[in-house]
Design a protein. Sequence first.
Length: 316
Amino acid sequence: QGEKLSHALRISAYVFSTGLLLFTALANSVSWVMESITLGNFWQTAWLEFYDYMEGDEWTIFLVGAALVPALAFWGFNGILLVADITGKPTFITRYRIQLGKNDPVDKKKLYKAIYTALGNQFFVSFPMLVPMFYIMQWWDNTFSKELPTFQWFLVELSIFTVVEEILFYYTHRLAHHPVLYKHIHKKHHEWTAPIGVVSIYAHPIEHIVSNTLPVMTGPMLMGSHIVSVAAWFSIALVTTSISHCGYHLPLLPSPEFHDFHHLKFNQCYGVLGVLDFLHGTDRLFRQTKAFERHKVLLGLTPLSESIPEPPKKEE
C-alpha cells in the first residue's frame, strides 16, 4: 500500500508540474496572440455595449450570463447530436459511435423522457439555484464590473474551476453509487447504459443539485468571478459533459470513452479528468480494455472503433 501511494503521488506530482508548465506557456502564448489581434479590446467594447443596453441591471445580466447563454450552448450542441441519434444522419457523425449497434436509432420513448427530465432539471432545479448564487456573487462586488478580467486570469480561474469540479463530482458521484443512494437516486441516470448527450443532465433532482450543479457553481462562487467568466465556464461545463455522454468519439473533441465506460460497467471511472480515479484505483478495469487505448483525442478521420477494434468474442 505504501509503495502504491508513493507511486501515485509521484505520478500526480509529475502530471501537476508538467501541466503547470504547459499551462504557463499556453497562457503567455495565447495572451500574446489575443493582444496582437486586439480581441481583448473587441470583447471589452462588446461587454460595455451589452452592459449599457441592459442599463446595468445586474439580475438580468446574471440571468443572461448564467442561465440563457449556457442553455443555448447545451441545446445547440445537443440539437445537432439529437438529429444524428434520431435519424442516423449525417453518417459522418454516426460512424463514430462508441457502443456499436446501440441507439441505432435511439428509442424515442426513452429519448422524450430524457428530454423532459433534462428540461425539468434546468427550469426547476438549476435556475432556482441561481438565486442564492446571485447574492453571493453580488457580495464579492466584482461579478458585474465594467472591466473584463484579463485572458490570463480567466485561464487561471478555468483551471481552479476544473479542479474544484473534479473533486466535488468524483466524491459525490461515487457516494451516489452506494447501494442505498443508487437504488433511490442515481439509478435513474444509469437507465442509459449507452448514453447520449442530453442524458448528461437526465438525473434525479437531488443528484442534479449535488453532483451536477454544485460542483460547477462552487468554483465561481469561491473566486467571485466576473459574469462573463461564469457564462463561459457554465457553457464549457455543459458542452463538455454532453461530449462525455454523447456516445460518439468524434475527431478533435475530448474523448468520451472514459465516462461511456462508466455507463457500461457502473463501478469504474467516476470522475471527469481521471486523476482521482487513478489515485483510488477506480479505473483499473478500464485500463485493461481497448476503450482505454481509444481514450485519446482523435486527430484523423478513421473512427477509433475501426483502428482499435474490440477483440473478437470467444465462442462458447
